[in-house]
Design a protein around this ligand. Structure first.
Ligand SMILES: Nc1ncnc2c1ncn2[C@@H]1O[C@H](COP(=O)(O)OP(=O)(O)O)[C@@H](O)[C@H]1O
Ligand SMILES: [Mg+2]
Length: 239
């Protein structure tokens, strides 16, 4: 009998059961079945979340509470609306604007974690430079369609550090294609140290720049990160 249980469990992809079903304590068959199902559902949820986390390629963040004191929210929205990813329900975008070390990457990562762990949503984190590289590479290999299909499946796309370096011309055009594709169908978080008036230096072409800004800011919330650099503060307080 044990052997048969093992074989069936393997075929049904329930291979945790043979070694573990003894640990389920139940008074009735019904209760046993319920508890068994509960554990399997739990396992599936965990596997799905682990896969989402792996695919999202989030940066490492410190294990400490997020300090909201220097964060200036757009009027009419709340901390939870942002942190719990509520904005993704309406396909809204967030623009995080502020200097280096003010918590933009940290906050976008916290949002991504909440969306994946609590809602099972798909998120992908890129820096502007890394998505442009990936786009150029996919384009060269003839895999652009495949790459865009992956983006199409996301609930939230994070584009970190837009503005730190000017983008390659064709890369900028491909990035515009991604942003257009996401328009009104999914959410984007853009983090930047540059005011919109200087985005031209990143995209290199005024018409393209205007089209990008147009798509991004329609249905978006601007969040301003006012703090002086936490990296700087942390390094001072460590002395
Ligand atoms: N609001 C904040 N609350 C707590 N720590 C913060 C906050 N903002 C920044 N930090 C600290 O500073 C570091 C750098 O923040 P980061 O999000 O990478 O800045 P940015 O992306 O704006 O350059 C974080 O890893 C964290 O240790
Ligand atoms: Mg950052």
């Amino acid at each position: 009998m044990e052997q048969m249980i093992k074989e069936y469990a393997k075929r049904l992809k329930l291979s945790w059961i043979p070694a573990n079903y003894h640990t389920i304590h139940a008074e009735t068959n019904e209760e046993f079945l319920l508890k068994l199902f509960e554990r399997e559902v739990q396992h599936r949820d965990e596997r799905r979340i682990n896969l989402l986390l792996k695919q999202a390629t989030l940066p490492k963040i410190p294990n400490k509470p997020y300090d909201w004191r220097e964060i200036q929210l757009a009027p009419g929205i709340t901390k939870d609306y942002i942190l719990e990813g509520e904005f993704t329900k309406n396909q809204e975008n967030l623009i995080f604007y502020g200097g280096v070390g003010t918590g933009k990457t940290f906050l976008s990562t916290l949002i991504a974690l909440n969306l994946m762990k609590k809602q099972g949503k798909r998120v992908k984190f890129y820096t502007a430079a890394s998505i442009v590289n990936a786009l150029l590479e996919a384009n060269e290999k003839g895999d652009l369609g495949k790459f865009l299909n992956q983006i199409e499946k996301l609930d939230l796309l994070i584009l970190d550090e837009l503005g730190y370096i000017p983008l390659h011309k064709q890369g900028a055009e491909l990035l515009f294609q991604v942003i257009s594709m996401c328009y009104e169908t999914k959410s984007i978080i853009v983090t930047t140290n540059l005011p919109f008036s200087q985005w031209n230096n990143v995209f290199g072409d005024p018409i393209l720049t205007e089209a990008v800004i147009d798509r991004l800011i329609h249905h978006s919330h601007l969040i301003i990160f006012n703090g002086e650099s936490h990296r700087y503060k942390d390094s001072i307080s460590q002395r």
